[in-house]
Design a protein around this ligand. Structure first.
Ligand SMILES: [Zn+2]
Length: 754
């Protein structure tokens, strides 16, 4: 390269203490010619850890950075071109969809950018439906958009498109009734029943269970729902084959009746047992003929019949330094059932609302291998935990009303020479590059690791294409295709210059979750530290031309040690701090499942001072003024007793109030006369008619609007129970058992100069 790009500017991490940018970091832009870059895939959808792809595996090995892709393939998009043509143009050899990065040899032939085969342009493709002109195939929408959706013809379906089918399985044991979740669930479903994605064919069903399984006959013509109890849980059968899953439109009144009566049906129950395994088997039988979505609501450890689990958590081990036990499943019952479900196009979502250990390591498998998702509300209680109740309500609304795809598969193709070897996320891998997704939802993220099997000699660019084939809730078969194009480079300097530190951190987190289960937590932690040491060593030895003392990093990796330290202190991987096993497992689930942008907030929360918000630099969104305070480093040094700070940790937010916080903030935003009057458990900001209140609420509302789930808000005072949780996120500071950021840098430097 002629001059050093900004990404390679040398940064001495031990000297520069203010490296965190004051506003969210954009994804790096691949080094491509303008015309290609302009048309490239949105990084929120498709992103690579290395935006410049090494030419050979040995070059990649030398760089010591992981090569992989991060995807959010079914993300809600404000604009999506949809193509309806009778022929979908694909390479005859590798089946790649025609895309903006193919080349046209002439008007009639195009060269595949993944396998290089020359293909004919079909006659139909010569006509451009957008410009209504003929003879300009390169102007077709398929070659003008990196993200596009096709309506698939009949050869893309193995059977007629399935209807939307929703089955709800509800724990009604004594413990479940105590939490009071049933009334929130039922009310939420009543409120959103007409917004469930689907059409006139949509079906619903309900199962409740304790030590027995209860089905509900909702057949049209009945005057009220009929409960059918199966008590032989060892040999589950369906008491009536037809009327358990019913057409929502035809039986809406009965369904509504059931939802209104359910919360009271079990009020006085004495049942303490939970036969979840049998309930799931029953649900599987019910959904097998059509496929669909199974939603389980569980509040305790299943303790009866098949799939029963033991409490494996040793509370004394919670803080042990290394080798936390029981990170992998105790039984393969839930995995096997998930694979059966996957084979019948059934996905299972798990809502866990419990205050006791539930063995999420085992239970979580039911969602992981069926492309479902896990929701977790520890210590859920309708009275004692209002913040969780609000969170559950908001999550349910999103869950019930967001779009959904059924009977889906996703394939990720890459240019010849590149190969995917490991996948991360919730799915079942059917063949080497085909992911089976019984359901696909717009909030799921995926990651893959790649290797370079054949040298990419003579190639300027390579491409990656993800194709998601699914049945829409309206019964249409559709294919959403994303194509990403990246340059190939043959020097270590260029590889480093293209490193995407956020994507690398996200991928390393996924790899560390796997490592924790297959090896041990200490192995996973060592691997993350080594990733920082090895890449910076490689940079020092192979890229830096002038040697100088200090801990040196290229500007693009200046936050790498900080993010690794944050990962080591994240709930999933931390040691030395008491961490409940299920809390840890859930953090691991989230790191694998969340799209990158949300996973990053879980890893390194954003901290803002909010008692002095101004309109300066504010955004204007829908006629609202949204203040944009600076992002601060996660250190107690940044806090001030005279101020208030908001910490956004992705799924949760904390509003920390300093003891001597300016009275103006207390009265104008919190609506209290003084610090002592700030209530415990405050989770809602009052809607005060003051400029300060409006600014604060506008900012928090704007942060929430940008994600599909609802982060709860906790106001933290010195006396608050949650104060330690807030303080644990101050990852730059030293704790009893963990290094400060500065100590961590010294440790890295020591290892690198060895
Ligand atoms: Zn091809």
């Amino acid at each position: 390269q002629s001059s050093t790009p900004e990404a390679l500017r040398v940064v001495n991490l031990l000297h520069e203490r203010n490296l965190l940018p004051p506003s969210p970091m954009p994804a790096p832009t691949p080094c491509l010619p303008q015309d290609l870059q302009k048309i490239n895939c949105n990084p929120e959808v498709f992103r690579s850890t290395l935006t410049s792809i090494p030419q050979t595996q040995s070059l990649l090995n030398k760089a010591k950075m992981p090569l992989g892709l991060l995807l959010h393939p079914f993300k809600d998009l404000s604009q999506l071109p949809v193509v309806t043509s009778s022929t979908i143009v694909r390479c005859r050899s590798c089946r790649t969809y025609i895309n903006p990065f193919v080349s046209f040899l002439d008007q009639r032939r195009w060269k595949c950018n993944l396998c290089y085969r020359v293909n004919d342009v079909p006659e139909e493709f010569m006509y451009n439906p957008v410009s209504r002109s003929y003879g300009e195939p390169h102007k077709r929408p398929e070659v003008q958009n990196a993200t596009i959706e096709f309506i698939a013809p009949s050869e893309y379906m193995l059977r007629p498109p399935q209807p939307a089918v929703y089955l709800f399985i509800l724990d009604v044991s004594h413990n479940a009734v105590e939490t009071g979740y049933l009334s929130v669930f039922c009310q939420s479903l009543l409120d959103n029943i007409n917004a469930l994605p689907g059409d006139s064919r949509t079906k619903v069903g309900f199962i409740t269970f304790d030590s027995t399984i209860h089905f509900y006959n909702l057949q049209e013509g009945l005057s009220q729902p009929q409960m059918l109890i199966v008590s032989d849980i060892e040999d589950i059968f369906l008491p009536t084959p037809d009327s358990l899953l019913v057409n929502l439109n035809e039986c809406k009144e009965l369904v509504q009746d059931l939802l209104k009566s359910l919360p009271n049906l079990f009020e006085k129950t004495m049942e303490t047992q939970s036969a979840l395994g049998s309930a799931l088997q029953a649900a599987f039988k019910l959904l097998s003929p059509t496929g669909g979505r199974m939603s389980i609501f569980q509040t305790q450890l299943p303790n009866l019949g098949v799939g029963a689990l033991q409490s494996r958590e040793d509370p004394n081990q919670r803080a042990s330094a290394k080798d936390i036990q029981h990170l992998s499943p105790a039984t393969d019952f839930y995995k096997k059932l998930a694979l059966d479900c996957s084979g019948q196009q059934v996905a299972v979502d798990l809502f866990l609302l419990s205050s006791q250990y539930c063995d999420l390591a085992s239970l979580g498998c039911i969602s992981r291998y069926s492309a479902g998702s896990v929701y977790y509300y520890p210590s859920y209680h309708h009275q004692h935990n209002p913040a969780q109740v609000e969170c559950f309500q908001k999550d349910l609304k999103r869950y019930l009303t967001r779009k959904i795809g059924f009977e889906a598969v996703m394939r990720i193709r890459c240019t010849k020479g590149l190969s995917i070897h490991t996948f991360h996320g919730n799915f079942f891998v059917r063949s080497t590059d085909l992911l089976s997704l019984p359901n696909v939802n717009p909030d799921a993220g995926f990651a893959v690791q790649m290797s370079i099997e054949e040298n990419l000699d003579d190639m300027q660019v390579v491409s990656f294409q993800a194709a998601l084939l699914y049945t829409s809730s309206k019964g249409e078969r559709r294919i959403r295709v994303h194509t990403l194009c990246l340059p190939v480079v043959n020097s270590l300097a260029d590889i480093f210059a293209g490193a995407d530190v956020q994507a690398i951190t996200g991928l390393l987190a996924c790899m560390a979750v796997d490592r924790s289960a297959t090896a041990s937590l200490s192995d996973a932690r060592d691997a993350m530290t080594n990733a920082a040491i090895d890449s910076l060593t490689s940079y020092r030895q192979s890229v830096l031309t002038i040697q100088q003392p200090g801990l040196l990093a290229p500007a693009c990796l200046r936050l790498f040690p900080l993010f690794i330290l944050a990962l080591l202190k994240q709930k999933a991987f931390r040691t030395g701090t008491s961490t409940r096993l299920d809390d840890r497992l859930f953090a691991m689930c989230q790191l694998k499942y969340q799209p990158l942008v949300y996973a990053l907030l879980m890893i390194h929360p954003a901290l803002y001072r909010v008692d002095d918000l101004t309109d300066e630099g504010a955004l204007n969104v829908n006629d609202r003024t949204i203040p944009q305070p600076k992002v601060l480093q996660l250190s107690v040094e940044k806090l001030s007793r005279e101020a208030a700070f908001l910490m956004d940790a992705g799924t949760v937010m904390y509003l920390w109030i300093g003891r001597n916080c300016h009275p103006n903030f207390l009265t104008q935003v919190l609506g209290v006369p003084n610090y002592a009057a700030v209530p415990d458990n405050l989770y809602l900001l009052p809607e005060l008619d003051t400029a300060e209140s409006q600014r604060t609420r506008a900012f928090i509302g704007w942060l929430r609007d940008q994600r599909p789930f609802f982060p709860s808000l906790h106001v933290i005072r010195d006396e608050s129970q949650l104060k330690p949780t807030f303080m644990q996120n101050m990852i730059e500071d030293r704790t009893e058992s963990a290094l400060s950021y500065y100590e961590f840098l010294l440790h890295l430097q020591q290892q690198i100069s060895k």
